[in-house]
Design a protein around this ligand. Structure first.
Ligand code: ANZ
Ligand code: ZN
Length: 873
């Protein structure tokens, strides 16, 4: 038979030759020294990985172009902030994404898998001040370094689509969208109290305030009234909510329940009613909002928020006017988080005035209290201490009377003995014509009654607030607005975009933004009258850039607008988005909102940006999240240089399923490396296969049992791996199945004369190992594939398919004898552990009667054929 010495078409000059001699086998399995070649059978990840990374680059393997005849698949991982180096959290996120991208590619999809940089933000400024560099050069340097790190990990990105949000060619479109939003009334400016960190000198979103302190530096947050630009996200509250349910149901995997719930709670829709309570001796009523109209007969007082617009007028001339206004002013200074904390001590004052509960016609006192918030509902509530716990605590503290109006089943509630509010179900009592009605039913009935009498109307409220996007920082996208002395506030004219962030800057020593003092930047002309005008010197929240980058990836180089309609409509929406759970609320909600805005402005035809979402767990070490502040970080660089990228990839995919936390373990990493070495050594064990195989046609019926079994296991593994990937990306169990197949290959012994059949079966098995491993550990898979005699480029291969008849469990008939006499034939599965056939025989009903009460001397087993039980009386 012919020998086909294996030659690698692309062996890098760096390929180690460390003494190992590659054996060219002859067909009969006798090894013939083929002389020294450049190939080594030792697993040397660095050589293999650099070789294939170069190959992918030279062949533009992952470059994506629209191909309308092919199904598309857009896989996106949340892009990183270029902080300096990638960390294990990134590695995990991108490994998960890369598996999906590579797998889908082999499934025949036209895959888009881009990467870019969320490049604006405060750390660049802080670094600039600390190291006396420019935020732009600091950011550039970090990007260059991190890009190399990502490339070294072998991720299948289309690098021709790389983008940086700090690029004026990127944010110019954001400025255009801002202007269009401004024209549509979707952007507006207002003065509002915001969380302000005196140390970072920046406005903080509520979520950036942790326990009253700044999330970055822990300094106590104060309130500051500032003119701010707001995006009117509340105009989309209903649509955002409505689509939550569709996202959950969509596309098989969709969005995780938990994220949907968080989004829904954040939007916080509540349905209720607004009712006017007349005030005695005052010409205006107090309007309250309640979600519990069924309790309205139990409203024994009314409470205003300290900021309520009628407060000043109501208390004017009252004896404790001064005291109340001082209290109200004090509350204004308290940060949002503290004010909304459920466990905060409730404090209030009687306003000295009385309202009328229109339902009972009773005179009830008006109070002002710290737990009523100005920006929710109407800023005033009717208080029902018997059925609302906050009201209960407040009423007990200040001796305000109680009135039970909902009776639960069982022991009736008594005002004098209640120790907590009854917030649950019940039947209405003391409620005039509604008494006796179930409380759920009463809600609707009372709203109707209220509307009929003209006392108020049904009302839906949202917890969601408009999105404040102004940041008093330098390193961000300038807000394209000018202030003209004559014409007022105007958007920059579109022809003048982008408003480029000035490069030449001096940072003031205290770290505040240099922009307001930069006359060249600030001074400009009015787009309307040509007169003197000043620019807005705030920059946009970096969440704005991350609200549309996914769409720009479809056409990064397009210059006629933010999106090339053809490319955008081909690729969008993102089919699978992968990122951390910490972005479950804001980033995802903002991106969803911004998508709807872009749609309504005519830029995109898209309702939702991300069809499916996978939120990966954290990387944990020594019981804590791996983080710089905890001092427990492992640098991916060290791991790559010690073990190679494939090992790092394998560990981060194998140690736990993507959605769970991943516990760091050095042994786990070593184990992964050992496994890959073992995979590589298969080449040695099966070097008789490393001759160019002729096109093997595997016969339907194989002669040899061991061949048959190996083949079955190959196909069962293909099935298992495919299903595990499809079923919410259970990579860990998929990898475990491949490991079992590798074990089986080690246990396999070819029949004495290794014939075509053995070669073909082993060849199929090894090829399948390479193919199945390829999304997880692409470099070693490429190398195996090539060394098996295939042309390079495993990712051009289709994902392997299994043969149905091979994955079904094979049945055999086992002959069971007792003391040599045939007693039964049993149908059993052919594949369990050998010992199990003995057990099956012993437990068979027909056999039991022959062995019960007797001593079993021995059980003779002829594999897959016969069990003979020897008993003595
Ligand atoms: C009377 C009542 C009786 C209430 C009862 C509840 C239970 P959600 O569901 O979160 O929308 N509320 C209204 N405006 C408020 C404000 N500005 N600050 C603080 N609390 C306010 O909550 C709606 C309920 O929160 C409203 O229903 C109101 O109290 C209170 F047995 O009205 B309720
Ligand atoms: Zn003007």
């Amino acid at each position: 038979k012919t020998k086909f010495p294996y030659k690698s078409p692309k062996t890098p000059a760096t390929e180690a030759t460390n003494g190992s001699v590659f054996m060219i086998p002859n067909y009969s399995g006798h090894k013939v020294a083929g002389g020294k070649t450049e190939m080594s059978n030792k697993y040397s990840p660095e050589n293999i990985e650099l070789k294939w990374q170069r190959y992918w680059e030279e062949n533009a393997s992952y470059q994506a172009t629209e191909a309308p005849d092919k199904p598309k698949y857009y896989l996106l991982e949340m892009f990183p902030y270029p902080s300096g180096r990638i960390h294990m959290g990134h590695v995990r996120n991108y490994c998960i994404g890369d598996v999906i991208a590579r797998y889908k590619r082999m499934q025949g999809y036209n895959v888009l898998h881009p990467m870019g940089w969320d490049a604006f933000g405060l750390p660049a400024e802080n670094a600039a001040i600390k190291h006396r560099t420019h935020p732009a050069s600091w950011t550039q340097k970090n990007i260059a370094y991190m890009r190399r790190q990502l490339q070294r990990m072998g991720y299948s990105y289309d690098w021709t689509r790389e983008l940086s949000t700090a690029d004026p060619q990127y944010y110019r479109w954001e400025q255009l969208i801002f202007i269009k939003m401004y024209e549509r009334g979707l952007v507006y400016k207002k003065k509002s109290p915001l969380n302000w960190c005196p140390s970072c000198k920046t406005v903080l979103a509520n979520e950036q305030v942790e326990g009253g302190g700044c999330w970055r530096c822990d300094t106590s947050v104060v309130q500051k009234d500032l003119e701010q630009w707001f995006f009117r996200i509340t105009a989309y509250a209903d649509e955002l909510l409505k689509f939550c349910d569709e996202l959950h149901a969509s596309a098989g995997s969709g969005w995780p329940e938990r994220v949907i719930t968080m989004q829904k709670n954040w939007i916080g829709k509540s349905e209720g009613v607004e009712v006017d309570f007349p005030v005695i001796g005052f010409n205006k009523p107090i309007r309250i909002f309640t979600t519990r109209p069924d309790t309205i007969y139990g409203a024994t007082f009314v409470i205003l928020a300290p900021e309520h617009p009628l407060l000043r007028e109501l208390v004017g001339g009252e004896p404790n006017e001064e005291e109340i206004l001082a209290f109200a002013e004090g509350e204004r200074q308290v940060d949002r988080i503290t004010r909304t904390a459920a466990d905060r001590e409730k404090v209030g004052y009687p306003a000295g005035r009385y309202a009328i509960n229109p339902y009972t016609n009773q005179r009830i006192p008006i109070w002002v209290a710290n737990f009523v918030l100005p920006e929710y509902g109407t800023g005033a509530i009717m208080s029902v201490p018997t059925h609302d716990q906050r009201d209960f605590e407040f009423a007990k503290k200040y001796g305000i009377p109680l009135q039970v109006v909902i009776q639960p089943q069982g022991e009736p509630l008594k005002e004098e003995t209640m120790t907590a509010a009854h917030e649950g179900e019940g039947v209405l009592v003391n409620s005039d014509i509604f008494s006796g009605m179930g409380n759920e039913e009463a809600k609707g009935a009372i709203i109707e009654y209220t509307e009929n009498r003209g006392w108020g109307e049904r009302k839906v409220n949202y917890r969601l607030r408009d999105w404040g996007i102004s940041r008093q920082r330098y390193w961000g996208a300038p807000i394209p607005i000018v202030y003209c002395e004559r014409c007022g506030t105007l958007p920059v004219s579109e022809a003048d975009l982008p408003v480029v962030l000035p490069a030449k800057i001096e940072f003031p020593a205290d770290g505040h933004s240099p922009l307001p003092e930069m006359e060249d930047f600030v001074n400009t002309t009015c787009p309307k009258c040509g007169g003197r005008a000043a620019r807005d010197t705030d920059t946009m929240d970096t969440f704005v850039e991350s609200s549309w980058y996914f769409a720009r990836f479809t056409c990064v180089k397009y210059t006629a607008g933010p999106f090339d309609p053809k490319a955008a409509s081909y690729w969008l929406p993102v089919d699978q988005y992968v990122g951390g759970i910490e972005h479950a609320i804001l980033h995802l909600l903002y991106a969803r909102f911004y998508t709807k805005v872009m749609r309504d402005l005519g830029f995109l035809e898209l309702d939702e940006p991300f069809s499916a979402l996978l939120t990966q767990g954290m990387v944990i070490k020594d019981g804590a999240k791996m983080s710089k502040s905890k001092g427990n970080v492992v640098d991916p660089n060290d791991l790559i240089s010690e073990y190679g990228a494939d090992t790092v990839r394998l560990f981060s995919l194998f140690a736990s399923p993507p959605e769970r936390d991943l516990e760091w373990s050095e042994e786990g990493v070593e184990g992964s490396f050992r496994f890959l070495s073992r995979v590589f050594r298969l080449l040695e064990k099966f070097d008789f296969i490393l001759i160019q195989p002729k096109q093997f046609d595997l016969p339907n019926t194989l002669k040899h049992l061991q061949n048959k079994e190996l083949r079955r296991q190959v196909h069962r593994t293909i099935k298992k791996v495919t299903e595990d990937i499809e079923r919410r990306f259970h990579f860990n169990t998929a990898i475990a199945a491949i490991m079992e197949l590798v074990n089986a290959l080690y246990l396999y012994e070819p029949p004495a004369a290794a014939d075509d059949e053995a070669q073909a079966v082993v060849h199929e098995a090894l090829g399948s190992v390479a193919l199945l491993l390829s999304p997880f550990v692409p470099h070693i898979a490429e190398e195996l594939w090539e060394r098996l005699g295939n042309p390079p480029g495993i990712f051009e291969q289709p994902w392997p398919k299994y043969q149905d008849d091979l994955v079904m469990l094979e049945k055999i008939t086992l002959v069971v004898q007792v003391n040599g006499k045939l007693r039964a034939r049993i149908e059993v599965s052919a594949n369990p552990a050998p010992e199990e056939h003995k057990t099956m025989a012993l437990q068979d009903d027909r056999i039991r009667k022959y062995v019960e009460g007797k001593h079993i001397r021995k059980v003779i087993y002829v594999p897959k054929k016969l069990v003979n039980i020897v008993v003595v009386a």
